[in-house]
Every structure is written in structure tokens, then in C-alpha cells.
Design a binder for this molecule. Structure first.
Ligand code: AMP
Ligand code: ZN
Length: 467
């Protein structure tokens, strides 16, 4: 289960140690649902998906929470302009996010809470902060007093004493005692009714940061094992999450912080004003497959900025094709016999390299190199006629195991047999060799129930899927 991961809090790559192994309690800051997420946002979501899959591969059980930010200034503004209420407006963006998530083969986190459904939890946390003396009120809004938390700035390595009065560290424009302070609860001004909630400290709505603290702790407990997000969230968002949570509970908030570097487009920062943000459907409309997008996003190390180019996307598609092609050829092997040592050794070597790469701060480029190393070796063994059907099954099982992390190496609906089907197939071949025809027929029936039809020919046994 050993895995080393970079921790933003300490600035070091260190052993990842959850509090109650094998369980990992993990939180990821989810999308703000006022627009379709762009491929940059998805770099962060693909990286956190790789992380959860890698943890599971290493034997952990993951409980992940990813929030949906469905109330904030922009959302209220856009919903109002669209003549809609909050729910009506955010619903279609949430649906779009789900579609993109499925297209990129992101696993759905165990809990996907919406901010608007957790306002009471946020009110409770603010209430606790008020009682513990970490807040003040101005014009009906409640602020967190950063001066009350000496550790403020530790995550981002800020010297907060150096921030000049007048400098803006938060986007809220209210009457703060100190520019560094941030809003926990915004008093109502002229927002529509659907963007207001009652609270003991007045009618209004929660600030952005308090959402993540309240929802993560509700589902994962007061101390999380792992918290992920893009690097732009380190300050002020995550710094503020720490301040609110630690001051509310008196306990450390997060043990391990995981931050994903940004995706650039043709070496430029993505921004709406430059017109260089692309959504997943935008890219698909240009003739690219979502699998290639996922592969490209998996292929860089999460702590290095990554450059998105159309050329890179073509290369990703070609690399993927190479793996899919191998799986197809393995499915065509008909020679019987036990797998040779070369085949067994090639598989084990690739797996060792793969496992080591993942354990080393989720080194996905190295892990993919191990996959491609196995493809090269297997191609050589196939050309030499050194692979039997059983050996092919073994090699395929290695690729499938590695694909439990990458989620894209085995083509969806691809024609190869699943591990279970392959095992039945092999068992039937074994039974036939021993002339146990009754048993062979019984296994044939089980495969047929799974939708796989067998045909015995002089060249060996073929299979096809039932239409
Ligand atoms: P948002 O919907 O703006 O709250 O962002 C959702 C997630 O995407 C956050 O974790 C951001 O840090 C992340 N993000 C935003 N832009 C990029 C980018 N260009 N590359 C990678 N991640 C990004
Ligand atoms: Zn957050």
C-alpha cells in the first residue's frame, strides 16, 4: 500500500498515511456550475480521478466527496439574467458536467453534495466560529478575522504580515476591518429571494470558502486524509478553508494537500477573453475522441504545467491506438499451451515498473512508459510466435489491471474477452484437452449466458459476441 505523494503543506514528497487504513477520506473542490467546465478544469478532475484509482489499485478503499458550487455571485447574476431561479439555472450545467465526466471516464465520487443543500451545516460552522471569537460583523455580514489564527498563510507559505492594507486577497467587496479577512456570510442586499437563507446572524447567503469546510467535514469527519484541487485554489481558498475548519473544530483540517498544476493551451493561459478555452464537446466537434483527451491529460505529471496542443492530442490518440491494437492481436492468438517464461517475465517486469512509478508521487508518465514497454516486448514475442492463448490472457490481464488506474487503455466495448470470460475460455480449453467434453459444454453454456459464442474450428476455437 506504500505510496509517496507531494504534500503542499510541507512542500515535500512524503509517505501518504491515512488515519484509518485501508480507508482514505478524500475531498476535491468541484466545479462552479455557471458555465460548461473547460478542458483545464478537467485536467484537475482527471488528476484527482487518477489519484483515487491509484489509491484503490494500491489496496485502499476511497471515500471521495466532490462538491458542486451552485451559489455564488456569478451564478446569481447569470440566473437572474436568464430569468431563471438558482436550481433551474444550475441544473443544466450540472447535467453537462455529468456528461463530460462520463465521456472522460471519470469515476463518480461517492458523495457529490450541492452547496445550496448544505446551508444549515454552513450556518452551524459559522455559529461555532462566532462563539469561539474568530469573527466580527459589519453591515450584517460576518467576517473571519485572520488575526485570530496565527497559522494563517502556512499552506501558501505567505508572510501575511507583509500584505499591505489596500491589497485585495479576496474577491468580496465588503466592509472589512482588515483587507486579509474574508466573508463567511453575506448579508442580503438586493438578491432575489431564491438566493437568500435565514440564519441567527441575519438573512443572507454563505461565502464561497465556508461551503467546502462544511461539506467536507459533514461527510468525512473533522480531519480529512487528502484534499485536492488546482494550484490556483491554494490561496486564498484553501488557506481560508483551513482557517475556518481548524478554528471551528480545534483539530487539524487536512493531513495531505494535493495540488494540480494548470493546463495551458498552445503555451498560453486559458481565459475566456482570449477565446482559447475549450470544452470537451468543443474538442469532440473538431473530430477528437474523449478517450484521446483523457489519455493526453493522464500523460503529464500532475505537478508540472501541461501544454494542450492539437498535435499532442493526435499523438495521444496514436499512443492509445498502439495499446488497443495490441489487445486486438492478443485476442487473435490461437496457439494452445502454457505461457512461456518470457511472457510471464515480461508481464511481471512491466507491473513492477508500473507499481513503482505510481508509488513515486503518482508518476503517470513513467507508469505509461511501463505500459508501452510491455506493448513493445509483447509485439516482439507475438512476432516470434512465442505467445500462446493462455499467455495472451495473462498479458491482457496485466493491461487490464494497469487500466484500472488509467481507465482508457482498454477500449470501451472493445472486442477482447474480459478477465472473467477469458478465465472461462481457458478452463474450457483445458477441459477439452483432457477430453472432459461434458464440462467443456457446461462452460460453453456459461459463456453463452455472458454473450460470448464459441465455434470450434480446425484452426482452434474462435469466439464472437452475440448480437
Ligand atoms: P472552478 O469551476 O473555476 O471552481 O474550477 C474547478 C477546478 O479546476 C479547480 O480545482 C481549479 O483549480 C481547476 N482549474 C481551473 N483552471 C485550470 C487550468 N487551466 N488547469 C488545471 N486546472 C484548472
Ligand atoms: Zn473548495
Amino acid at each position: 500500500m506504500n505510496m509517496r505523494l507531494h504534500n503542499t503543506l510541507t512542500g515535500r514528497v512524503e509517505p501518504f498515511e491515512p488515519q484509518a487504513p485501508p480507508e482514505v477520506r478524500m475531498y476535491v473542490c468541484g466545479p462552479t456550475v455557471y458555465d460548461r467546465a473547460h478542458v483545464g478544469n478537467f485536467r484537475t478532475f482527471v488528476a484527482s480521478d487518477l489519484l483515487r484509482r491509484a489509491l484503490r489499485y494500491k489496496g485502499y478503499r476511497v471515500k471521495e466527496v466532490m462538491n458542486l458550487t451552485d451559489v455564488e455571485d456569478r451564478i446569481i447574476g447569470f440566473a437572474r439574467d436568464a430569468g431563471s431561479d438558482l436550481r433551474g439555472f444550475t441544473e443544466r450545467h450540472i447535467r453537462a458536467f455529468e456528461e463530460d465526466r462520463a465521456a472522460l471516464r471519470l469515476e463518480r465520487p461517492e458523495v457529490v453534495p450541492r452547496a445550496t443543500e448544505h446551508v444549515p451545516e454552513m450556518v452551524d460552522l459559522i455559529q461555532r466560529l462566532i462563539e469561539r471569537g474568530h469573527t466580527y460583523t459589519a453591515d450584517g455580514s460576518v467576517y473571519f478575522r485572520i488575526g485570530s489564527f496565527p497559522e494563517y498563510g502556512r499552506l501558501a507559505r505567505l508572510d501575511v504580515s507583509g500584505i499591505k492594507p489596500g491589497a485585495r486577497v479576496d474577491s468580496d467587496r465588503y466592509d472589512k476591518e482588515d483587507v486579509r479577512d474574508f466573508v463567511l456570510w453575506k448579508a442580503k442586499h438586493d438578491e432575489p429571494e431564491w438566493a437568500q437563507w435565514d440564519a441567527p446572524f441575519g438573512r443572507g447567503r454563505p461565502g464561497w470558502h465556508i461551503e467546502c469546510s462544511a461539506m467536507s467535514m459533514k461527510y468525512l469527519g473533522e480531519t480529512l486524509d487528502l484534499h485536492a484541487g488546482g494550484v490556483d485554489l491554494i490561496f486564498p481558498h484553501h488557506e481560508n478553508e483551513i482557517a475556518q475548519s481548524a478554528c471551528g473544530t480545534g483539530r487539524p483540517f487536512v493531513r495531505h494537500w494535493f495540488h494540480v498544476q494548470h493546463l495551458l493551451i498552445e503555451n498560453e493561459t486559458m481565459s475566456k477573453s482570449k477565446g482559447n478555452t475549450f470544452t470537451i464537446p468543443d474538442i469532440v466537434a473538431r473530430g477528437h475522441r474523449p478517450e484521446a483527451i483523457r489519455y493526453l491529460l493522464c500523460s503529464g505529471h500532475y505537478r508540472k504545467t501541461m501544454n494542450f496542443t492539437w498535435e499532442g492530442l493526435h499523438q495521444a490518440a496514436a499512443a492509445l491506438e498502439r495499446v488497443h491494437g495490441l489487445l486486438t492481436r492478443l485476442g487473435e492468438v490461437t496457439r494452445e499451451g502454457a505461457p512461456g517464461t518470457e511472457v510471464v517475465e515480461a508481464g511481471l517486469r512491466a507491473r513492477r515498473a508500473f507499481d513503482d512509478a505510481l508509488a513515486d508521487d503518482l508518476n503517470t508518465p513513467e507508469a505509461l512508459a511501463a505500459v508501452h514497454g510491455l506493448v513493445t516486448e509483447t509485439n516482439g514475442l507475438l512476432a516470434a510466435g512465442a505467445v500462446t492463448r493462455e499467455g495472451a490472457g495473462l498479458l491482457r490481464a496485466h493491461v487490464e489491471a494497469m487500466d484500472s488506474v488509467f481507465g482508457v487503455l482498454v477500449a470501451a466495448g472493445e472486442d477482447g474477452l474480459s478477465t472473467e470470460e477469458q478465465a472461462l475460455y481457458d478452463a474450457r480449453q483445458g477441459a477439452r484437452r483432457k477430453r472432459e467434453f461434458g464440462r467443456a459444454d457446461e462452460i460453453r453454456g456459461r459463456l453463452e449466458k455472458l454473450g460470448v459464442v464459441l465455434e470450434d474450428t480446425p484452426q482452434g476455437t474462435r469466439w464472437r459476441r452475440k448480437r
